[in-house]
Design a protein around this ligand. Structure first.
Ligand code: KG4
Ligand code: ZN
Length: 373
């Protein structure tokens, strides 16, 4: 059956049960989520990480990622259905990430999702990966629109006003590296391996955050744009000056680096909240999403800022911070309930959340996984 025709007849998602597929980077993830907007339950959330395949290369190798997704997607899907205790016939929609991300992996997940939807006679819903991260606090905490988002992942660092499903305004973003990239590069430099974020956070626990005075780039510039490149250079210079590095030196560098990122995010998230209030009125919450939002020190810093502004703070649990299929399935629930029906379309390596801001004032940040912003 023609998928566009199936989509036109898509049931509203009051009580949808969606299979969500995520393959945009190095996680092959499938989940089943059911319910309605702001009130959905995760029936299963299976994430198969490819970290061991990419570790030796110090980063994600697109070709290896795509091939691995192709080899595992059907098994992971079967597992997700089995863990949810449902079969394909009781699924109402199949959703898959269609961008932004690595093209090979996106093609595997989206093509598999479309084929599965077609075979099962269900509508297929293509999902923007960034939108899925942004909506994840609605799945975990039922956060109500409008809210202010700090989107901090391996390919991104931006502040976004989430006004409703499909309605996002960029408040500011990185002009160079992504937040996760700064952690990953710091880890690589210090020999802590890949992915760097969790390794840096762990090393920082035993470190002295005051030992190295790392800068907070763009602090004096107005607005809430971010920059991490100068910080990365400062870390490299400090490491070179201190070498040979002891474990304590590494811990101190990690703690000082993480502290600088926290100071930067405190300053810029306060400005993002002010910009939000000026343009859109009071937000219901400040939320932190994306892989870097798993960092406890950064979460605490953002929670402080939210409290000082008198707004709630939310961040999804760790299982929903990194890439996962549940946020993809939930995005379909929010969009369908809002009456947004997307044609299957093509996969896109670049797909900004706020197309007008991306065109009018493109940010320079590329991110190691290609320009996603
Ligand atoms: O959202 P995500 O899983 O994938 C993308 O869409 O990019 O984010 C992955 C990024 C990696 O750069 C990883 O190092 C970082 O999130 N990350 C962390 C932590 N856990 C993961 N960064 C800082 N602290 C952490 N605990
Ligand atoms: Zn992500």
């Amino acid at each position: 059956m023609d998928i566009a025709a199936q989509n036109r007849g898509a049931a509203p998602a009051e009580e949808a049960r969606v299979l969500g597929i995520e393959t945009s980077c190095d996680e092959c993830a499938v989940a089943v989520v059911e319910g309605g907007p702001g009130a959905a339950r995760i029936l299963s959330n299976v994430v198969l990480s490819q970290i061991d395949l990419h570790q030796a290369f110090g980063g994600v190798v697109p070709e290896i990622a795509a091939r691995a997704h192709g080899e595992t997607i059907d098994t992971v899907t079967r597992e997700a259905l089995a863990a949810a205790g449902v079969d394909l016939s009781s699924i109402t929609h199949v959703a898959a990430t269609a961008g932004p991300g690595l093209l090979g992996g996106l093609l595997v997940g989206a093509t598999f999702g479309r084929a599965l939807a077609m075979a099962a006679g269900k509508p297929f819903v293509p999902v923007n990966h960034l939108e899925a991260h942004v909506l994840s606090p609605r799945l975990s905490d039922g956060v109500a629109f409008p809210y202010c988002v700090a989107l901090l992942s391996g390919g991104h660092a931006q502040f976004v006003a989430a006004l409703g499903p499909g309605d996002y305004r960029r408040l500011g973003g990185t002009i160079d590296d992504a937040a996760g990239e700064a952690f990953d590069k710091t880890a690589k430099l210090l020999g802590l391996g890949y992915p760097g974020g969790p390794a840096v956070e762990a090393a920082a626990r035993g470190g002295d955050a005051k030992r190295f005075a790392f800068p907070t780039p763009l602090a004096r510039r107005e607005g809430c744009d971010l920059s991490f490149a100068g910080l990365k250079t400062a870390v490299r210079l400090a490491a070179e000056k201190t070498a040979p590095l002891t474990d304590q030196d590494i811990a101190d560098i990690c703690a000082s680096f993480q502290d600088a990122v926290a100071r930067l995010l405190r300053l810029k998230s306060a400005r993002a909240l002010d910009a939000f209030a000026a343009a859109h009125g009071a937000p219901s919450a400040l939320v932190a999403v994306g892989g870097v939002a798993a960092n406890g020190v950064l979460r605490a810093a953002l929670a402080d800022v939210a409290a000082a502004h008198g707004v709630d703070f939310a961040a999804p649990p760790l299982s929903l911070c990194g890439d996962n299929g549940a946020m993809i399935a939930y995005t379909a629930i929010d969009r369908l309930a809002a009456g947004i029906v997307d044609p299957p379309g093509r996969v896109r390596s670049r797909w900004p959340l706020d197309a007008s801001a991306a065109t009018a004032a493109p940010l320079l940040g590329a991110g190691k996984r290609g320009i996603k912003a």
